[in-house]
Structures are given as C-alpha cells and as structure tokens.
Write a protein that binds this ligand. Sequence first.
Ligand code: HEM
Length: 485
Amino acid sequence: MTDTSTATTASVPLAPQRLPLLGHALPLLRDPLAFIMSLSGYRTMVRVRLGPSSAVMICDPDLTRQVFLNDRVFDKGGPIYDRIREVIGDGLSTCSYTLHRRQRRLCQPSFHPARLPGYGAVFAQAAELKARSWRDGDVLDITQEMMTLTTRATMQTMFSGALPEETMRRALADTATIVSAFFRRMMTPALLRQVPTPQKRRYDRARKRLSDTIAQIIAERRADPTDHADLLSALVGAVDEESEDGRKQLSDGELADEALTFFLGGMETTAITLAWALHLLATDPDVQHRLQVETDNVLKGEKLDPAHLPSLGLAGRVVTETLRLYPPAWMMTRTVRQDAELGGVRLKAGSTLVLSPYLLHRRPDLYTEPDRFDPDRWLDAQPDRATYIPFGAGPRKCIGDQFALTEAILALTAIVARWELTPVGDKPFRPKVETSLSSRGLSLRLGERWAGGAESHGAHAEAPAPARPSTEPGVATCPVKHQER
Ligand code: HEM
C-alpha cells in the first residue's frame, strides 16, 4: 500500500469526556451506546483512549468498508478478539490473516447453500416445539427463552440427534457465564484480569467445562465418522485441496476451536436478534398484526417448513430492520499489521481500529428517522453494503449469515403464528451493552391467538382462521440474502 499521506494519528481529533489515566473507560463502561452515538458528529475518524492505550474509531461507511476488505493490513485483533481468543483459541473468527484462508476453505462447506434446507427443517421444528411449550398469559424472560431455543437448534444442527438433557443444560449455563463475562474482561486491564475473584473462577470453570463437552462430542464422532448430515460431519470431512503445507484436514484441536466458534458465535447472536425482533413487534402492534396475517396466509394450517421462506417477506424485513437497530456485533476491532494509510491518515503498525455497525446504522444522514422501527424501509431497497453491516463485510464476513437469517425468520414465524406479544410495564427497555448488544432481562407477555397459530399447531386449536387478505407484497425472504461480501 503506497503511503502518500502526511497526517498522522495525532491529527485525528480526540473524543471529549476523557479523564486522566482512565481515558474514556468510564463513559464507555457507564453508557457505551450513548458514548458511541456522541461520536456520530465525527464524519471520518475519532480517537478514543482506554487507560494508556488508544484506538481510532472509524465513523465513515466507505472507510469502514476499506478496513473490512483489506484484511491483510487490517487484521483481526484488538481487545475484543483477544478476549474471545481466550475461549475459542484460534478458531475461524479470531485467527489472524495468515491462518484465515485455510480455515475458511475448510469451514465453508459446512455452510453450503445446499445444506440450508436441512438445517432449516431443524430450526422450524425446534421453534415450533418452543412455541408450544408456553401457556396463555405467560410472562417470559424472552432472551433466556430464545437462548434455549438457539442453543438446542445449534446443538442439533452441529451435532445432530438429541444430546442428553443434562449436557444441553450445562452447555447453556456455561455459555451464559462466558458471554456475560466477555465485555467486562475486555475493559479490565491485563493484571486485574488474573485476580482470582469468584467471577473469574466461575468464568474459568465454565470455559473448561464447555471445551470438555465439545471435545467429548468430537471424540465420539471421530470414532464413528459416517456422515450425520450435520455441521460437525462437514467439518470432519472437509478437505483443503489448496493446502500448501500438506495439512489438508482439520486436526482435533482445530476442530474443537471451530466447533466452539460456531456454537458461541451462532447461538447468542441469533438469540438476541430474535429477542429484539419480538420486543420490536410487541411495541408495534400494527406490524405485529401484519406479520400474523402474512403467517396465516403463508402457512394456511400447514406445518412450518423451510420451503415457506421465499413467501415470508415481512418476516425477512423485520429481521433485517432488527439487525439494523440492534446489531449484536455493535462494535468490532482490528489491528493494523503494517504502517498503512486510511482516509489520508498514516496509521502505525500496531494501532487498534474500532468499527461500529451501531453507529453507522443510526446515523441520520444515512437512514431517515434512524431510531424508528420501520421494516418497510426495506420494501424497495436492498441493504447497502457499506452502510448496513450487521454481518461485517469482506473476507471476514460472517460465515453463518444465511444460517442465522434462516433460523431467525423461521423462529419468528413459528412464534407469531401462535402468540400475540405485548410489553411488560411501560418503561422503555434499554440494551445491556456487553460484547454483544444484549437484550438480557427483557420480559414479554404472551396471549394465545384465536386463529392461525392455534389451527396450525393442533394442541390449542379453537377455530380455524378466517381467510384474511394479505397486505404483504410477495417479496423474497430477506434482502440481506442478496448482499455480496
Ligand atoms: C444474527 C446472527 C449473527 C450475527 C449478527 C453475526 C455477526 C457477525 C459479524 C459482524 C462477523 C464479523 C466480525 C468481524 O469482522 O470482526 C461475524 C463473523 C463470524 N460469524 Fe457470525 N453472526 C451471526 C450468526 C452466526 C452464526 C449462526 C454462526 C455459525 C453457526 C456464525 C459464525 C461466525 C464465524 C465463524 C465468523 C468468522 C468468519 C471469518 O472470520 O471468516 N455467526 N459474525
């Protein structure tokens, strides 16, 4: 990369509210989203300090895209990935550029489009089971409910067949412990992270137990390598024909890292996307009603199936809009591997860059009324690949994007078919900002629907749904599907 610029990082403005020694750690810990949005006036870059170290936050969509696309220079790294690496080692999402291409080639077949209908059938069944488990009038911890749903669905698509209930329960509890500890550990200086507090001990225990569970499943699969048509079989059987060092397959250690990566990477992000989508529907009865009409018209009393996906246009737009408002990966970091230039500024090797989908998705110059939930903004518009980045972009773009969208749209449909959702209390619910933009603590009330859902699921059937005309145009499932890297 030719460096023709003269400006250095020192010329990038420093964000306000900095304290001596702590830098911006306090506002970032106290209210990270308010802090991030307070930076939206900076159109290109702004510097943020965390104690002695500093990071450059990229505020411009085109510069963000340049960073995503050039993963050789702007490599995975920085505090988020350093903490995640503690748990999942050098899996696909955390490994550096030098390891990445081989791992991506080996993991990609697991997400081949031909496998999606099979995974979709598992998602649809798991979602219907979950929706059937609730009772009229229930007040649910909806994030917890969605976590158990996606954990079960992810476990089944990864490891096929039913895992023992105790294994499932333990994996869920350990995942929750690990996920909630990530963000605090990311913000805590290295020395303090080693202090054996009860929290740290809990975190270490959960990490070890989850790794042991996965290692045990892998050992059993190695002993019986027949194709189980699941993610693990695809990983075990993957062959890298382009390998330059003779390592054509994943070793046991690599396999464990990848399995843990898919499990942790896929299950929480999809669960909170679903929880936010249900929250947004509960607070917008009009959209919720339209979605029920779509669901009734598409299912017509049939069992939910991945073949319904192309007709679930509004459900797709609800998910797209949810990911705009609450992108689970609300910020990402990169390490600059060699001196480089970005937007006319010279960046030194070793600098940390911060990218934020949350910031871009809520910029008023990029989205009309950016804080408003409006799935119809996607009716005639494809998401723009520079300004809509819930799955990142470029060579490190989420490998599970279609997997997650399929799961989210099917689960949303199964739930809305059967239940009317209403908020609990009248206080606005605010995200818990962790490594993900979490909906932890969100409650919703359920009322059983009088029609379509009950009819299609049998158990609570009362009256068949009267035919209501669809108000939805028959657009494809989800605009994100057509987005390129
Ligand atoms: C709504 C759900 C999801 C969201 C919002 C999401 C978001 C993201 C984002 C933003 C990245 C890029 C991170 C970066 O560039 O720093 C990413 C990467 C990744 N995601 Fe997802 N993800 C979701 C679901 C999934 C699922 C279901 C899986 C697997 C089953 C998965 C596995 C991965 C992996 C392995 C990577 C690393 C890819 C690479 O570096 O080549 N994700 N995800």
